[in-house]
Design a protein around this ligand. Sequence first.
Ligand code: BG6
Ligand code: MG
Length: 213
Amino acid sequence: MRAIKGLAFDLDGVIADSATLHFAAWKRLADELGIPFTAEDNEALKGVDRINSLRHILKLGQRDLPDDEIARLAARKNGFYVDAISTLTADALLPGAAALLDEAATRGLRIGLASASRNAPALLERLGVADAFEFIADPANHLPKPAPDLFLACARAFGLPPQAMIGFEDAPAGIEAIRAAGFRAVGIGETPLPRADIQFATLADIDLAALLG
Ligand code: BG6
Ligand code: MG
């Protein structure tokens, strides 16, 4: 097996306790639209980009809206979300995130971000971990998950083959993206991710030496 030299992380639900904030923002929008939307419905949106998430909610409500109205509603949800993250601090880092990033850097691993969120750079700043990431894949320039593009962009930025990379994800769409990229897929969270190669409840449960070995 080829040695692992790079790590690519999802952000929402892996590094940051922000998945609940995306849900709250979508729920507020769905309530305004009179579309029933539950935490269970939201599971299908994890890892999914903004416009496709909105299209999914509109489909739940059997709504068909013109593109300019869809753009307006997506911007409205984003306003709710941007407000919600504007006051976050390092307290919103998920357990083990800071320690794992530190240990990976100490071991000389390359560290990238493969998040679908266009708010990722701002959120990393708020969490105080922006400097830990050598590369942040830009979702504006890549196909959304489950396409492998955001993860492949990290490998390319580091000049590493996929076999030298591990990806970390909390969502089924993200695990599919990692697999399609040819990385090893580590699932994070309590919700079972049967397509992951291995899963941990939090980053704090990972023994990095064992994972790399
Ligand atoms: C993903 C989240 O990380 O980013 C999704 O899991 C979110 O819930 C997506 O919709 C896009 O985020 P943003 O900040 O660009 O709307
Ligand atoms: Mg996620």
